[in-house]
Write a protein that binds this ligand. Sequence first.
Ligand code: ADP
Ligand code: MG
Length: 363
Amino acid sequence: MSRIHLLPPLLINQIAAGEVIERPASVVKELLENSLDAGARVIQVELEQAGIKRIQVRDDGDGIGHEDLILAVSPHATSKISSLEDLEAVASLGFRGEALPSIASVARLELISRAQGAEHGWRLRTDGTDTLEAPEPAAHPVGTSVEVRDLFYRIPARRKFLRTERTELGHIEQLIRRMALARADVAFRVQHNGRELFDLRADAEASSLSVATAPSPATETSPLLAGACGERLETLLGAAFVQQALRIDEQAEGLRLSGWVARPAFSRSQADLQFFFVNGRMVRDKLVSHAVRQAFQDVLHHARHPAYVLDLRLDPRQVDVNVHPAKQEVRFREGRQVHDFLFRSLHRRLAEGATPSHEQADS
Ligand code: ADP
Ligand code: MG
């Protein structure tokens, strides 16, 4: 008798979910990435009990056509890539086709979407099993609403690992802060238990830039720089950061670094104000941290942490984002070059920023 057998689809998806859906904030991240990939200009998030009871994300993006709704919640189904070549040059935030089926396998999922040109929207509910009911007509403006209820209701072991509501909400807030920093061109409205958490208007100047999925991100202006030290930067990072922030916009050898770095006078006891994006995607990367730390070496005490929000743009072929399912790690093809570019750009800017004349120019 054979001892090896194929796993049932629900369990396959639950295993996949284990890698990406750790807590409510992971669900919010995946849903926001989908909204941004769909070209949304306004994104609304509603949360109950820090997202454990309910997360709803509404966007005004492209929407999903009736014929695609079932595929959208099927594993390994995506509209974003179709070949290895596409994968190697991927510019969208998503590409794995796993988020919605993973979420559906650990929570109750409802999708309502109306595509451009459709007369009305369609609703699809799924409990993560194969027995999907046919989509039914539903009123909805062009765009998509995804509702996720009762996270981990069928995986008590996982639910036990959730922290207090306050901690989970903290993770969501930090996530929104990151995504909203990268995309000042998009409006974000977030409510928790009916109370407003964020109401971030789109920056008009950033909105006029065409970002996200342009073919050569290295020449793009990051929305981070639009609107100067804008309202959003101040709301999310505080007035003290903005006061000490030096604007960065450096370009060399197909790399472009834009954003803001605080003068050493504004340092932190924790590494909590460090936001680094690669082509608009938030990443954590040793090489990046090392380059930044080195740039600050002479001007900052080693026990203090610099504060920055930086977006590195480069040809997507130069960076592998398919390193981990959560897509927060990257591998640079020319790591040394990236490291030295970051170090040089920041080092020079910090040296310039230390002189009074620049302080004038930047404040
Ligand atoms: P991925 O983002 O990796 O493609 P997902 O499981 O997150 O995989 O989503 C599957 C597909 O569903 C996407 O490729 C996209 O076509 C569609 N989709 C999901 N969310 C949205 C949305 N908010 N707006 C438009 N299309 C969406
Ligand atoms: Mg996705």
